[in-house]
Design a protein around this ligand. Structure first.
Ligand SMILES: O=c1ccn([C@@H]2O[C@H](COP(=O)(O)O)[C@@H](O)[C@H]2O)c(=O)[nH]1
Length: 237
């Protein structure tokens, strides 16, 4: 299982349906990032082949956000373990039994080499109002803490949360959980569909382990240079 990084790092999100594009980005950013992300867009187009191919550049954060009955999620985890991702995600809202089944399946598939199991708490695109529309009152921070406790008690190795919950999670759960954080926007970059955001430096200062960064890198004229600039900012921070 992938342990905590020696220092906080970047996961570059390769969000494209084209494997050739993903490989080109992976090659360009590899010197500046710790992992590359394969998400739904690339996986639905190219499947496990994409994980094998981009893993030639950096270890893979497989962000498919499983959310189904425990037996189905366990089967999905066994299937993706064939490509040996370093980390995979599921929705904490799938419940304790689902998370326990996922961890067991990963352990049975790969033993010590298993991927870290990360539980997605509240998507970074949610505002408090949007979350209330789904029937969750009390706001994102409260719901993130509730789901984080459930997920960690069920055996998750870490959490996916927004930059705005990182320090509260550290206060509540200490240093041990891996905190993997999207919703990162360097000063001046387009916010897009993200809602709960912060800069890379603010997020590291709050206690994140990994920053998941997509469009601020991949939409840049030179993705390698964009990743290098963000990484340099983190070293200074
Ligand atoms: O709550 C979440 C969980 C996952 N993501 C993923 O992170 C990247 C962010 O990309 P940007 O282009 O930097 O917005 C993307 O792949 C999401 O699927 C997230 O944003 N929020």
């Amino acid at each position: 299982m992938r342990r905590k990084p020696n220092r906080p790092g970047i996961i570059a999100a390769l969000d494209t349906p084209r494997l050739a594009q993903a490989e080109s980005w992976a090659g360009a950013v590899a010197p500046h990032v710790g992992l590359v992300k394969v998400g739904l867009e690339l996986f639905c187009a190219e499947g496990l082949a994409a994980v094998h191919r981009v893993a030639r550049h950096r270890p893979v954060f497989l962000d498919l956000k499983f959310h189904d009955i425990p037996n189905t999620v366990a089967g999905a985890v066994r299937s993706v373990c064939a490509a040996k991702p370093a980390m995979l995600t599921l929705h904490a809202g799938g419940g304790a039994a689902m998370i326990e089944a996922a961890r067991r399946a990963a352990e049975e598939s790969l033993g010590e080499e298993r991927p870290a199991i990360l539980a997605v708490t509240v998507l970074t695109s949610f505002t408090a109002a949007g979350l209330a529309e789904t029937g969750v009152a009390g706001g994102p921070a409260q719901q993130v803490l509730r789901l984080a406790r459930l997920a960690l008690e069920a055996g998750a190795d870490g959490l996916v949360c927004s930059p705005q919950e990182v320090s509260r999670l550290r206060d509540a759960f200490g240093d041990a959980p891996l905190l993997v954080v999207p919703g990162i926007r360097p000063a001046g970059s387009a916010v897009g569909d993200q809602a709960r955001i912060a800069t890379p430096e603010e997020t590291i200062a709050a206690g994140a382990d990994w920053l998941v960064i997509g469009r601020p890198i991949t939409a840049a004229a030179d993705p390698g240079a964009a990743a290098a600039a963000i990484a340099a900012g983190l070293v200074e921070a």
